[in-house]
Design a protein around this ligand. Sequence first.
Ligand SMILES: *[C@@H]1O[C@H](CO)[C@@H](O)[C@H](O)[C@H]1NC(C)=O
Ligand SMILES: *[C@@H]1O[C@H](CO)[C@@H](O)[C@H](O)[C@H]1NC(C)=O
Ligand SMILES: *[C@H]1O[C@H](CO)[C@@H](O)[C@H](O)[C@H]1NC(C)=O
Length: 659
Amino acid sequence: MRSNRAVPRRARLLARGVLAALASASLLVTAAPGPAAAAPRAATSAPVALTGPQLAASWTGPLSTRGRYVVDANGNRFKLRSSNWAGAQGTYQGSGDVNDVNNHQAHQKSDNIPLGLDRTPISQIMADFHSLGINSIRLPFSNAMIRDTTAVPDAGVAANPQLRGKTPLQVYDAVVAALTADGFAVVLNNHTTTYRFCCALDGNERWNSGQSTEQWISDWVFLVDRYKANKRVAGADLRNEVRRDTWDDPNWGWGDEHDLYTALERAGNAILQADPDMLIVMEGINWQGIPQGMFSHGRPTLRPVRTLSHTLIDSNKLVYSAHFYSYTGSHHTGAGGGWQNGETNDPRYRDLSPEELVRTINDEALFVTEDGKHYTAPVWISEFGAGGRGTDPADPAVAKDRDWFKRFTDILVQNDTDFAQWPAVGWTDGTGTPNDNWALINYDATGRRLSVNDPGDWRATDWNKLVGAPGRTGQIAPVDHWNMLDLDHGDWNVSRTMLAKPDWSPGNRKGTCPDTQRLTGIGRSSGRGLCTDVNQPVKAAGAWETVNSERYVAQDWASGYNKVQCPVNSLVVGYSMNGPAMVSVLCAPSATPLPTTGRTVWFDHGDNRPASGGAAGSDWAEGDYKGQCADNEYLAGVAMTWKWTQQGRPDALLCRPLS
Ligand SMILES: *[C@@H]1O[C@H](CO)[C@@H](O)[C@H](O)[C@H]1NC(C)=O
Ligand SMILES: *[C@@H]1O[C@H](CO)[C@@H](O)[C@H](O)[C@H]1NC(C)=O
Ligand SMILES: *[C@H]1O[C@H](CO)[C@@H](O)[C@H](O)[C@H]1NC(C)=O
């Protein structure tokens, strides 16, 4: 989440020196580049508010993905036009009396439930959400909420007496029920571990700060099971803004305790085993490094996905996400107040020229939406925003923020990007001034509403342009997939079939493709693999077979080399390795007969991949030689040798036509 509007105030809370620097460093969010700014033709007047029944009738859960688009159960585009309804993650800033409203973000004490329930009936909040033109809500929660057995104070739900005596989780249940009954899609967002307003060194830096990865995953399974019957609970946003803690950076794929890439993969697959209907939302790395000139530091966001993307057991469920705020930057923490507070001389996103902003947002996020890559997926910009009322455009920083908000929302419009603004709801004080002028809707203590579309909020033009943007609608055709396997540090099991079976190659690292796919490529020294479902033959029901010998080799297609090969009429769907050595292939039978002639694809001296199709233009084994069959072929065997110093590395593939 964004930091409090008073960045310097937050910074003041932090200890001095490097720790302070680090802490403020992690306040931030991400940015994503978009297409060249062209003037989007979009409505700038307030959207026509739907009723709950109208929104509900407009789509059917569950949601899934087709290429870069989220679609509903009928294959129609469902663009996530969302806002964040914050509060259940906690608003306490971490010091002073927790019961003192002044120690909460923007002086709004949420009582660890979504903001506003103390002052406005939930039915009115639903109507106000409709008036914003949104169709979905990102609903943050804290892990602490799951185990909290204390009822919320009556004052916290004063305008909703039906919620009296309920725990924060029971209130969250009621909120999910109200939103989904009114037709909104809900994405559950694991925001924090403890009830704390996010960021800095608050004990919530990592998914396993203060708890184990297993606890994190089992909590997710608990929550997903809880809402399983409700198909408008559409997604699980696995973890908010993972960032550096005092000592360590999160990493992408190192295979250790700080490996976010692997933790997301494990949690995503655990959730899909509990509920195959959930979308799995994964955010990149929010911050790495110490924000001082002499240390490397920055915001990787989704950049690492270009060479290391996720493969879930279900191929149409992954959505990537990123956060962007004007006052943060690719190498800027967002802090103010000089180096002691973690401010560096790097540009903030608002300092970038229009062209630079587009390029940066592309490099950090939107490139993921390109067609036909191993990483192709929808990108949901699940946090961005700006302060509205009370900001003074004569202040140069405010002028830049406003300009940034316009240009950033233009990028979202132009690229037809799914989004979730931060935040939906805040409070106004006794004088009618918003406590949190970033909120789209503010309620005073009596429930009186002040919306972005009431006179006097400069954001209305850009907000209405965004929610009213013309974009792709209607049926989206199914797409082919190319998904990578990562055996760098161990198994990569994404076959439901094999997950239910005993070890098929004991003592070796194993990779299996999703059940709807087959193996089509292998990296020479990396152990990486590539799966696909392009032109996929139907598999037969028969048993799958592990082959670690030449018993099925009828003709010698790689003379002088050792070979592992599948029996006739079966395809390679998995492989095992030991160190750099190829050990076995896993073979699944085809329902229809397959040709038995083929070609040898050598990749011992360089890449040998199809020139087009086949995820061409995306690298699934960076820095390694790769062999890959064409899209109209299947993989039938792999050749390797222990001669010279080759150590059994895969050197050639046997690729055969599918028909
Ligand atoms: C949410 O994330 C926190 C921090 O990683 C974790 O402790 C908690 O178990 C998670 N909760 C769920 C439901 O995933
Ligand atoms: C992968 O699946 C196999 C069974 O197919 C199992 O023996 C192995 O333990 C699994 N590995 C992991 C890391 O879960
Ligand atoms: C938008 O999406 C496409 C992929 O569909 C991408 O290549 C392009 O660069 C993106 N960004 C912008 C700003 O259009």
